[in-house]
Design a protein around this ligand. Structure first.
Ligand code: MRU
Length: 360
């Protein structure tokens, strides 16, 4: 995996294909260092997903799609059947890296199905098809984010004070973001707004990534620690909450970054709207309720240490569930690229999921 410094001022790309490599911006060290990671093997792509060099459900999906394309490009298989077997093994490896964000398996399933539909016997055509499909997935994700912005902007209160959690911005997607998309659109329309950014312990996606993205976009913000939200709500400083999602299941329950459920309960207690923004690739109709969503348990060292330094007594037991479940009853509306849906969610989510542009 090659790394190089890149303090370029041009618009930041999250995931792209260049010279036979899957390229990523290393999100573990942003915003202080801008380093491009070039993955030239499937193992490097899997590692980048696992270690969160790339993170955010849609960005993980796009990366996995390019990982599948990389396998097709670099394979020495001399028959379509052999290459399809290799791709199926690659899918299993990629899917295992992060279990909660369904966009990962959604993208690899779509890539594998696309491969299976390739004319039998033409390995060169199969290789080309895979790369083309990964490009399509990336382009579609960007378009979905812009559509989420266009649909969601009407929900953002005029001169509103909006709280967001984790990073559901351009870095978490092919660009523009999900939860940040309506805020960007409001800002682009000249509307004033103020964003409260949860720092998002323990990985600090809010402090490191969202704060940086909003700063780049020129959107007013205040960074807060995660335990400040309740007090701000009680004092009337917040008008609504908007977050992204890693998986939305059939009844409307949502998995998102740990701490999201706490915010939903707080918003409910203070009678504030709680919005979830996500593309249709995040909807998983195979699961009936949030109780069935696998929750990734990450290394407790990410809790006991901050920036590599210990912040707790050596040997202390610590827990690190990376996501939590917000029950649909706490959600005011779900913003997708196909429009805004409110409760009851089930039938509306089914229609949206079955009208996906393509894929499974
Ligand atoms: O662990 P992460 O950083 O991958 O978690 C990210 C989130 O929880 C985001 O809110 C979610 O993936 C939506 S990103 C558009």
């Amino acid at each position: 995996m090659l790394q190089s410094d890149c303090m370029s001022t041009e618009e930041l790309r999250t995931v792209w294909w260049e010279d036979g490599a899957v390229c990523l911006i290393d999100q573990r060290i942003l915003p202080h260092q801008h380093v491009i990671v070039r993955c030239r093997t499937l193992a490097e792509v899997a590692q980048a997903i696992k270690t969160m060099q790339v993170r955010g459900a849609p960005a993980i999906g796009c990366t996995a799609a390019y990982g599948m394309a990389l396998v097709a490009q670099s394979s020495s298989a001399d028959s379509s059947t052999a290459l399809l077997d290799e791709l199926a093994r690659a899918k299993a490896l990629l899917d295992a890296q992060r279990p909660t964000a369904v966009n990962l398996a959604w993208a690899t399933t779509r890539m594998l199905q696309h491969a299976q539909q390739s004319p039998a016997g033409d390995v060169a055509a199969l290789r080309a098809r895979m790369l083309a499909e990964a490009h399509v997935i990336l382009a579609e994700d960007l378009a979905m984010c812009h559509a989420i912005g266009a649909h969601g902007v009407a929900l953002i209160p005029k001169r509103g004070h909006v709280l967001t959690h984790c990073n559901a911005g351009g870095l978490a997607t092919a660009g523009y973001g999900t939860a940040l998309a309506p805020l960007r659109t409001a800002h682009d329309q000249g509307r004033s707004l103020h964003v409260y950014v949860d720092e998002t312990r323990p990985f600090l996606q809010g402090a490191r990534l969202t704060a940086w993205e909003l700063q780049q976009a020129g959107i007013d913000q205040t960074l807060i620690t995660d335990n400040m939200a309740g007090d701000l709500m009680r004092r009337g400083a917040i008008d609504c909450v908007i977050v992204g999602a890693d998986r939305i299941v059939a009844n409307g329950d949502v998995a998102n970054k740990i701490g999201t459920y706490t915010l939903a309960v707080l918003a409910n207690a203070h009678n504030l709207p709680f919005f979830v923004a996500a593309p249709s690739s995040t909807i998983d109709l195979a699961l009936a309720s949030g109780d069935e969503i696998p929750i990734e348990e990450r290394d407790a060292g990410e809790v006991t240490h901050l920036g590599g330094r210990p912040i707790a007594p050596a040997g202390v037991a610590a827990a690190h569930p990376a996501f939590d479940i917000t029950p649909h009853i706490l959600i005011t509306a779900i913003i997708t690229e196909q429009g805004v849906v409110t409760a009851p969610f089930a039938d509306k989510l089914r229609r949206i999921a079955t009208h996906k542009t393509s894929g499974s």
